[in-house]
Design a protein around this ligand. Structure first.
Ligand SMILES: O=P(O)(O)OC[C@H]1O[C@H](OP(=O)(O)OP(=O)(O)O)[C@H](O)[C@@H]1O
Ligand SMILES: O=c1cc[nH]c(=O)[nH]1
Ligand SMILES: [Mg+2]
Length: 212
């Protein structure tokens, strides 16, 4: 999986505050919202555009507009919701689909409890947002939903990624002719015995939504 770790002092500053266990949920939500916007700037470098000509007050000008069909943004509930507004702020015309998934903390396997996606995604660019890429089980299942519907251009935006998650995605989609890109704020060290990213930031959904 093509991976871009965004190196930028503002990204590092906001990620450090997100990691800090002392950061409360309102602040955590604001930082996640700000951070995804910085990642989205990089993640949308390939977004499809089409040529247009407009009249300025002075003269005609050649330009571009987002091509249609517009991209699809898919937050993976719960924690992906914390990244949705930041993403749609940059892509206001994007369509939004939803995947509700929860990782079984015994088996570490992802289980799906809600799917609201267009049936036909052929020709669509898709941006998946989920703060954490840990074992990769959740993202792999999400990408499979999207590929099964015909998507051929998927970019995942994650706040943190673990090497195990990237390796899992590489195995799961080895030989696939459809590119999957990952844009993240940091590649962390490893997973602990509970499947949590080390040093990580804890359970992203719990941090976002005040679960103590
Ligand atoms: O790469 P994986 O090992 O699959 O782990 C990553 C997933 O785990 C967390 O979700 P969780 O299942 O805790 O649900 P939540 O988002 O509702 O907190 C996180 O939000 C990711 O979706
Ligand atoms: O560290 C982790 C791993 C999986 N899910 C999370 O929310 N955090
Ligand atoms: Mg989740």
């Amino acid at each position: 999986m093509e991976t871009l770790v965004v190196e930028h002092p503002l990204v590092a500053h906001k990620l450090t505050a997100l990691r800090d266990a002392r950061t409360d949920s309102p602040t955590f939500r604001r930082l996640a919202d700000e951070l995804v916007t910085l990642l989205a700037y990089e993640a949308t470098r390939h977004v499809r555009v089409t040529g247009v000509t407009v009249d300025t007050p002075v003269a005609k000008a050649r330009g571009v507009r987002l091509a249609q069909p517009y991209p699809l943004v898919v937050p993976i509930l719960r924690a992906g919701l914390g990244m949705l507004d930041g993403m749609t702020r940059l892509l206001p015309t994007a369509e939004v689909g939803f995947l509700g998934m929860i990782r079984n903390e015994e088996t570490l396997k992802a289980e799906t409890y809600a799917t609201r996606l267009p049936d036909d995604l052929s020709g669509r660019q898709v941006y998946v947002v989920d703060p954490m890429l840990a074992t990769g089980g959740t993202l792999a299942a999400a990408v499979r939903f999207l590929f099964d519907r015909g998507a051929d251009d998927v970019t995942a935006l994650c706040l943190l990624a673990a090497p195990e998650g990237i390796a899992h995605m590489d195995e799961a989609f080895a030989g696939s002719d459809r590119p999957i890109r990952l844009v993240t704020a940091a590649l962390d060290e490893r997973l602990n015995e509970h499947g949590y990213i080390v040093p990580g930031l804890g359970d992203a959904g719990d941090r976002l939504y005040g679960v103590v």
